[in-house]
Ligand binder design. Structure first.
Ligand code: GUN
Length: 282
C-alpha cells in the first residue's frame, strides 16, 4: 500500500511561507496584486478562478477579477491585457484557459508582459525553462516537483515517464524532471505499446485527461505515481487519470485526486506572483 502524497499539506506549507512574507512586505507598505481574466462561463474555469482568488485572499494578495462575456473579441481582450501590463499596481496577469473558440489563446498569451506572466506560458518564459534559466516555473509541473522534494523523492537517475505532451503540463513537466537529472520519456496518444514504457517508470506522471486511464498493470512495483488529471467518473465523481484504488496497492507513493496536484498548482501560482512582484521591484 502506497504512501499518499498529501498535496493539501504541501500546498498549505507553501502558502503559509508566502503569507508570512507578504505580511512582512505589507508592513513596509507594499501590496501584491494578481489580475485574473476569465472569458465566458465555463463552469470548471469558474471553479479554478474562484480557487485562485481564495488563495490570493489567504496569502494576502489583492486579486482583481475581470469576468468578460463570451462574446468578447480578441481585440478587446488584448486591450485589457495591455492595460494591465501598463499598470504598476498589477504584478501578475493570468487569463484562464480555455478561451472561447473565436479567440486565439496564443495571441492572448503573447500579449501578456513576460514579467507578469505568472503561468509561464509565454514563448519567452517557455524558452527560459528550456535552457534552465527561468524566473517563473510552470505552476503544475513546479507543484509536482515541490511535492517530490517534500517527500524526499529523488529524481536523479530515475526513469521518469510522462504521459501527455501538452504545453501546460506534459512538455514542461518533462523539462523539470530533466533538470533534476531524471531520464525522461514523453509518451502520448500515438505512442505504440504505452505499457512497455509506463512499466519501466520509477516516476510516472499521468497528464492525459482521461478518467482512470492508468491501470495497475501499467505500473511498476514500487513506482511513484503522480496524477495530474481532473476528470469525472461514470457517477460524476471527481477522479484523476489514474485508477487510484488499484494502483495504490502496487506503487510506493501516489497523489490522490482531489487533494494532490490541484492545490499545488494554485500554491505555485502564488509563488510566481510573489516572484513577479520582486522582478518588478528591481
Ligand atoms: N487552464 C487549465 N489550467 C490552467 C492554468 O494553469 N492556467 C491558466 N491560465 N489556465 C488554465
Amino acid at each position: 500500500m502506497a504512501q499518499i502524497i498529501d498535496g493539501k499539506l504541501v500546498s498549505q506549507n507553501v502558502k503559509d511561507r508566502i503569507r508570512d512574507e507578504v505580511a512582512a512586505l505589507k508592513e513596509q507598505g507594499k501590496e501584491i496584486t494578481l489580475a485574473v481574466i476569465i472569458v465566458g462561463d465555463d463552469p470548471a474555469s469558474r471553479v479554478y478562478v474562484n480557487n485562485k482568488k481564495k488563495a490570493c485572499e489567504y496569502v494576502g494578495f489583492r486579486s482583481l477579477e475581470y469576468a468578460l462575456p463570451v462574446e468578447t473579441t480578441q481585440e478587446e481582450l488584448i486591450a485589457l491585457v495591455q492595460e494591465l501590463n501598463e499598470r504598476e499596481d498589477v504584478n501578475g496577469i493570468l487569463c484562464q484557459l480555455p478561451v472561447p473558440k473565436h479567440i486565439d489563446d496564443k495571441a492572448v498569451i503573447a500579449a501578456i508582459s513576460v514579467k507578469k506572466d505568472v503561468d509561464a506560458f509565454s514563448s519567452y518564459n517557455v524558452g527560459q525553462i528550456m535552457i534552465g534559466d527561468y524566473d517563473f516555473l510552470p505552476c503544475t509541473p513546479a507543484g509536482v516537483m515541490e511535492m517530490l522534494h517534500y517527500y524526499d523523492i529523488a529524481v536523479e537517475g530515475k526513469n521518469c515517464v510522462v504521459i501527455g505532451r501538452s504545453n501546460i503540463v506534459g512538455k514542461p513537466m518533462a523539462m523539470l524532471l530533466l533538470h533534476e537529472n531524471g531520464t525522461v520519456t514523453i509518451t502520448h496518444s500515438r505512442t505504440k505499446d504505452l505499457t512497455s514504457y509506463t512499466k519501466e517508470a520509477d516516476i510516472l506522471v499521468a497528464a492525459v485527461g482521461r478518467a482512470k486511464f492508468v491501470t495497475a498493470d501499467m505500473v511498476k512495483d514500487g513506482a511513484v505515481v503522480i496524477d495530474v488529471g481532473m476528470n469525472r467518473d461514470e457517477n460524476g465523481k471527481l477522479c484523476g487519470d489514474v485508477d487510484f484504488d488499484c494502483v495504490k496497492e502496487k506503487c510506493s507513493y501516489i497523489t490522490p485526486v482531489p487533494g494532490g496536484v490541484g492545490p499545488m498548482t494554485i500554491a505555485m501560482l502564488m509563488q510566481n506572483t510573489l516572484k513577479a512582484f520582486y522582478l518588478q521591484e528591481k
